[in-house]
Write a protein that binds this ligand. Structure first.
Ligand code: GDP
Ligand code: IMO
Ligand code: MG
Length: 428
């Protein structure tokens, strides 16, 4: 059972990129399974800081097969940019395979994402405006363009793009009052991009099956987090893909029998970017302290959009839920170092709703907006943790914090990270 899945246990930005990069050292395949360039995964290795959006976080390892899975929506324009940037940094060391089943994000998807958000007004989701929702909409409607289409004879691909743009122009103009796109210009540009990307296109399921037969270790890299999952997240304040283990297996077409570990990656506290319920959110001094000022790379500002992230205390009610719906076998707790310096730290263990105490999470956003958290207060620690590499060397109160998480979730914390660098990692 050589497959390890890495799944976000909160609302995204848990440190999946860092954990994936760390574990990729002993893997031959890293496969992203959903989302697109809404994701921003930070990998820090020596003097290199990579902000990966679509390329899997195994790209720094020579020979590593980096798969963009069939469940993804891929933006050809930004993918080419990302590949060029990585090449210029000398960081494009792995091999890339783009699933032919992955859907393409087109310029009209991006325009529609913005137009629909603007129309929502106060009910805005706060999307990344990368065209994710509209691209998945076309996938479900069976009208999307796929990476396989980029391997067609250029004239055929060009005609398909032109046709798609003309159809979407009707919607853009008549419903959203937008300027139409120049169908010929878009088709010409995308035919050029297709020629550059076609050599990467292939069958992800088959490639992974062959790698497994040859004895490879395979990492599945999630984007976003379970609380942003289209089915299990805080709908409608979610993304449009399946972020759970189930989504990973469906996207890539691999068997559950191959999966040995499912690592839920969680921050030592809670963050969210965009709208939607967030029971433990701290709007005052605590929230600001967790967020930082934006000067450090790890401060809580979006990797993709630079929006300030909303911050709050750890919510174990939601972690128990994400562990259940995505079958975590263990947890990775990141950014424990950020909690240093608090006199006392709080952890949410239940919600109060009127007279009732809720011990389990609900994905009903309307209800979550009304709950108030029930906290357990734990003693904090003052020492900086960035230089610590062994669990035994952590301050007693930091160890007690980790043990509290383990007891509340019934899961072992097998990885703790204490800084953004690859080696600022504690294995247990
Ligand atoms: P992802 O989307 O889940 O890959 O997470 P992001 O990269 O968007 O956000 C996580 C941020 O935290 C990045 O800036 C990382 O460099 C940083 N980071 C990851 N682990 C740690 C850690 O243990 N401590 C600190 N201080 N920063 C970390
Ligand atoms: P990574 O992989 C955090 C959020 C957006 C918005 C909602 C829907 O870096 O963890 P979308 O553009 O997907 O339609 O936006 O989801 N969101 C993320 N939040 N991390 C991400 O990715 C996110 N990708 C989308 O802010 O609330
Ligand atoms: Mg991120």
């Amino acid at each position: 059972m050589p497959v390890t899945a890495i799944v976000g246990a909160q609302w995204g930005d848990e440190g999946k990129g860092k954990v994936t990069d760390y574990l990729a050292a002993s893997s031959q395949v890293v496969a992203r399974y959903q989302g697109g360039d809404n994701a921003g995964h930070t990998v820090v290795c020596g003097d290199k800081v990579l902000r990966l959006h679509q390329i899997p976080s195994g790209i720094l390892y020579p020979g590593c097969l980096c798969v963009l899975g069939g469940g993804m929506v891929v933006n050809p324009r930004s993918l080419i940019q990302e590949i060029e940037e990585l090449r210029s940094l000398g960081a494009f060391r792995g091999k890339v395979l783009l699933s032919g089943r992955a859907h393409l994000i087109m310029p009209y998807h991006i325009m529609l994402d913005g137009a629909v958000e603007a129309k929502r007004g106060d009910a805005m989701i706060g999307t990344t405006r990368r065209g994710i929702g509209p691209a998945y909409q076309d996938r479900a409607a069976r009208t999307g363009l796929r990476a396989y289409d980029m391997t067609l004879p250029p004239e055929q691909f060009r005609a398909r793009v032109e046709q798609a743009v003309r159809e979407k122009n009707v919607l853009l103009e008549r419903v959203y009052g937008q300027q139409p796109l120049d169908a010929e210009a878009v088709a010409a540009e995308y035919t050029g991009l297709a020629a550059q990307l076609a050599p990467f296109v292939g069958d992800d399921s088959l490639a992974i099956a062959e790698a497994l037969s040859a004895g490879a270790q395979v990492l599945l890299e999630g984007a976003q987090g379970v609380l942003l999952d289209i089915d299990h997240g805080t709908y409608p304040f979610v993304t449009s893909s399946s972020t759970t283990l189930g989504g990973a297996l469906g996207s890539l077409g691999i068997s559950y029998k191959e999966v040995q570990r499912v690592i839920g990656v969680m921050k030592a506290y809670q963050t969210r970017v965009g709208a939607g319920p967030f029971p433990t959110e701290q709007k005052g001094e605590v929230g600001e302290r967790l967020r930082g000022t934006g000067q450090n790379i790890w401060d809580e500002f979006g990797t993709t959009t630079r929006r300030p992230r909303r911050c709050g205390w750890l919510d174990l009610v939601s972690i128990r839920y994400t562990a259940r719906v995505s079958a975590f076998t263990e947890l990775a707790v990141t950014k424990l170092d950020v909690l240093s310096g608090f006199e006392r730290v709080r952890v949410c263990i239940a919600y109060r709703l009127g007279e009732k105490e809720l011990r389990s999470f609900t994905p009903q956003s309307d209800v979550l907006q009304q709950v108030s958290p029930v906290y357990e207060e734990l003693p904090g620690w003052q020492e900086p943790l960035g230089g610590i590499r062994r669990f035994e060397d952590l301050p007693g109160n930091a160890r007690a914090y980790i043990r509290f998480i383990e007891e509340a979730t019934g899961l072992p914390v097998s990885i703790i990270t204490v800084g953004p660098e690859r080696e600022q990692t504690i294995l247990r």
